[in-house]
Design a binder for this molecule. Structure first.
Ligand code: ACO
Length: 159
């Protein structure tokens, strides 16, 4: 069996343009300059995914404090089409889930996904995410405009 090298790396001012180019190809929505400026302050919650030293994926999350709950919101998580089903999506998702588990103070992790995105819905289901809500007309410029909210709760660690 061929073994490929797959790893995660930091997002820095030197490689942020690679993340931007990648997201332009992978996602139907575009992210503005402020998004990329803010990504540089996300620390371990933003990562690039490398396949044999080539950038082919990326994940960006932010901490969200709504209704008194501390949650992780996955803004983007994507892999270039030819590099899918090699485990890179899982590598990125496990990384952010591990960060939350180790922190111990996250209620849940959640994201929005287009209702037609069956690949992503199956991917997240594999990691224990449930569809908790449907948001009509969530997206402004793409069809279908409706989104599902996918969420995974963390077990509370007793003090
Ligand atoms: N169909 C069924 N199950 C799937 C699929 C699929 N298309 N893709 C992944 N899975 C499941 C499988 O169980 C897979 O394990 P297996 O290959 O051993 O069967 C497991 O998830 C892990 O798959 P990975 O290889 O780690 O996932 P991949 O690197 O292909 O990335 C991703 C999955 C990120 C959803 C990819 O398809 C992608 O980039 N799509 C376009 C961007 C996107 O839709 N991103 C997510 C929505 S936006 C957001 O997250 C905020």
């Amino acid at each position: 069996m061929v073994r490929y090298s797959m790893e995660l790396g930091e997002v820095t001012p030197h490689n942020i343009k690679q993340l931007k180019r990648l997201n332009q190809v992978v996602f139907p929505v575009s992210y503005n300059d402020k998004f990329y400026k803010d990504v540089l302050d996300l620390g371990p919650f933003a990562k690039l995914a490398y396949f044999q030293d080539i950038v082919v994926g990326g994940v960006c999350c932010r901490i969200d404090n709504t209704d008194g709950k501390r949650c992780l919101y996955i803004m983007t998580l994507g892999v270039l089409a030819p590099y899918r089903r090699y485990g890179l999506g899982a590598l990125m998702l496990k990384h952010v889930l591990d960060l939350c588990e180790r922190d111990g103070n996250f209620d849940s992790v959640y994201l929005h996904v287009q209702i037609s995105n069956e690949d992503a819905i199956k991917f997240y289901a594999k990691f224990g995410f449930d569809i908790v809500e449907k948001k009509e007309n969530y997206y402004k410029r793409i069809e279908p405009a409706d989104a599902y909210v996918l969420k995974k709760h963390f077990r509370k660690t007793e003090a």
